[in-house]
Ligand binder design. Structure first.
Ligand code: ARG
Length: 462
C-alpha cells in the first residue's frame, strides 16, 4: 500500500497516492518536458484572455504571467526540477508557478483542461516542425538546383530496372529531385494550413460555461481561428498524422537519392565523389571512402514510417474523446521530426558538396546501347517504318553489335545495311548521346534547353 500523499491537483477525491508502478507508466514528463515552451506560451495567452474577459482579475493575470516567464527561464537555464509525481509538463509548470506566486496560480486552470492544453501544446510543436521542414526543404531544393545548373547539359545514363535505358542529362536528373522535394514542401505547407486552428477553450471535451473568448487566444498564438467542435478538438491527432505522412514521403525521397549516392560513389560507377565532410574512412582498409551519411539517410525512413504506423495504431478505434492512449502520440513524433530535420540538413550538405564526374557519366551514357530508341525513332522518321518494325530492326542491330563486341555507333554502314538495306549515313547523327538528349525536347523531357527553362522556372518560384 502506497502511503504517499494524494495528488495536489485532484487530492479532493483521493486519499492515497499512486503505486510506484502506476506512477511510472502514467508519467509523461520524461518526454513531454519538450513541450514546455509551448505549454507556457499557451498558458500566458490563456491567462491574458481570462483577464480580458473579466473571468480573473488582471492583478492575478499579471502575477501569473510574470510567474510563467520565470518558470520558462528556469527551464531554459536547466534549473528546473521535473517531477515524475507531477506526471506531465502541464502539472509540473503549474506546480512551480504556484510555488512562485502562490494562490493566484490556482486561477490559471479556469475554463481549461489538460485535454485542450495538451492538444494545443502538441499542435504548436508540430506546427513549428512543419516550418522547420519547409525551410530545410527549401535549402535542399536550392542545393539540387545548383547541381542542375552546373551540369544542365552533362550526359549520363538514364536507368529503368537499373539497366541503362536512354541517355539523360545530369540537370534533368537533379531536377527530378527538385520536383519530389517541392511536392514534399507543399505537403507540409498544406498540412500546416489545415492544422492551424486553436484547440484552447475546448476544455475537457464539452467546452466551458465561462465566457471565454477563443478568438483572442487563437489570435495571440498565431492560429487562423479556433477549432469548431470541442469533442473533435480534444480527440484529434490528425495534425500529427499528417505531419508524419508528409515526413514519411519526404524520408522516402531522401532514401532514394541516398541510395543513388551510395551506388554512384562506388568504384564500379564513379559517377560522383562525395566530399570528405560527408564520407568516412575504414579503420582497416585505407582505400575506403564510405558514404555513411547517405546510408544513414537511406535508413531513416524506417523510424519515421515506424512512428507513422505507431500513431495510426494508437488512434485506431479510439472512441471520442480523449483517452490516455493518446499520451503515446508524442515520443515517436519527436523522434521522427528530429530525424527528418537532421536528415534534410545532412542531405543538403551532401548535395552541395557533391562533385559529379562528367567524363564517367558521359562514358557510361553511351554504354549499353543507350541510343537504341533513337535509332528506332530514326527508322520511323527517315524510312517511314512502323514503330514495331523499327523496334525489330533495331533489336537485330543491337544483337549484331553485341556479337561484334562493339557499340551501335561502331557498326559500319555495310553492317547496318545487311539488317536493313535503306539505312543511310545519316543514322550516325542520332547515335551520339549528345544528339540523343538534345532531341528530347518534348515538355518535361531531358533536353538541356528544357532543363535550363525548368531551372529558370524554379528559381523564379522560390
Ligand atoms: N499527459 C497527457 C497527454 O500527454 C496530458 C493530458 C492528460 N489528460 C488527462 N485527462 N489525463 O496526453
Amino acid at each position: 500500500m502506497n502511503t504517499k500523499s494524494a495528488n495536489t491537483m485532484w487530492g479532493g477525491r483521493f486519499s492515497a497516492g499512486p503505486d510506484a508502478i502506476m506512477e511510472a507508466i502514467n508519467a509523461s514528463i520524461g518526454f513531454d518536458k519538450r513541450l514546455a515552451p509551448q505549454d507556457i506560451e499557451g498558458s500566458r495567452a490563456h491567462a491574458a484572455m481570462l483577464a480580458a474577459t473579466g473571468i480573473i482579475r488582471s492583478e492575478d493575470a499579471v502575477a501569473i504571467d510574470a510567474g510563467l516567464a520565470q518558470v520558462l527561464q528556469e527551464i531554459e537555464a536547466g534549473a528546473f526540477t521535473f517531477s515524475t509525481a507531477l506526471e506531465d509538463i502541464h502539472m509540473n509548470v503549474e506546480a512551480r508557478l504556484s510555488e512562485i506566486i502562490g494562490a493566484p496560480a490556482g486561477r490559471l486552470h479556469t475554463a481549461r483542461s489538460r485535454n485542450d492544453q495538451v492538444a494545443l501544446d502538441f499542435r504548436m510543436w508540430v506546427r513549428a516542425q512543419c516550418d522547420a521542414a519547409i525551410s530545410g526543404l527549401d535549402a535542399l531544393i536550392r542545393a539540387f538546383l545548383a547541381q542542375a545548373e552546373a551540369g544542365a547539359d552533362w550526359v549520363m545514363p538514364g536507368f529503368t530496372h537499373l539497366q541503362t535505358a536512354q541517355p539523360v542529362t545530369w540537370g534533368h536528373h537533379m531536377l527530378a529531385y527538385v520536383e519530389m522535394f517541392a511536392r514534399d514542401k507543399s505537403r507540409f505547407e498544406d498540412a500546416r494550413k489545415r492544422m492551424n486552428e486553436c484547440p484552447l477553450g475546448a476544455a475537457a471535451l464539452a467546452g466551458t460555461s465561462f465566457p471565454i473568448d477563443r478568438h483572442i487566444t487563437a489570435q495571440a498564438l498565431g492560429f487562423d481561428r479556433p477549432t469548431a467542435n470541442s469533442l473533435d478538438t480534444v480527440s484529434d491527432r490528425d495534425f500529427a498524422l499528417e505531419f508524419l505522412g508528409a515526413a514519411s514521403i519526404c524520408a522516402m525521397h531522401l532514401s532514394r537519392f541516398a541510395e543513388e549516392l551510395v551506388i554512384w560513389s562506388s568504384a564500379q560507377f564513379r559517377f560522383v565523389r562525395m566530399s570528405d565532410r560527408f564520407s568516412t574512412g575504414s579503420s582497416i582498409m585505407p582505400q575506403k571512402r564510405n558514404p555513411d551519411a547517405a546510408e544513414l539517410l537511406r535508413a531513416k525512413l524506417g523510424r519515421i514510417l515506424g512512428a507513422t504506423v505507431a500513431l495510426f495504431t494508437v488512434m485506431k478505434g479510439l472512441p471520442l474523446t480523449y483517452s490516455k492512449d493518446m499520451q503515446e502520440d508524442k515520443e515517436q513524433v519527436f523522434d521522427a521530426a528530429d530525424n527528418l530535420i537532421l536528415g534534410l540538413a545532412a542531405m543538403e550538405g551532401m548535395v552541395r558538396d557533391l562533385t559529379a564526374n562528367r567524363a564517367a557519366l558521359e562514358q557510361a551514357a553511351s554504354a549499353g546501347f543507350s541510343t537504341a530508341t533513337d535509332l528506332a525513332d530514326w527508322l520511323v522518321r527517315a524510312l517511314n517504318l512502323p514503330f514495331r518494325e523499327a523496334h525489330h530492326v533495331t533489336g537485330a542491330l543491337v544483337k549484331l553489335a553485341e556479337d561484334k563486341g562493339c557499340d551501335l555507333p561502331d557498326l559500319t554502314l555495310q553492317d547496318m545495311q545487311k539488317i536493313h538495306g535503306e539505312i543511310t549515313q545519316e543514322v550516325y547523327s542520332v547515335l551520339g548521346v549528345q544528339n540523343s538528349v538534345a532531341s528530347r525536347t518534348s515538355y518535361g523531357g531531358t533536353a538541356p534547353d528544357n532543363v535550363r527553362a525548368q531551372i529558370a522556372r524554379w528559381k523564379e518560384g522560390l
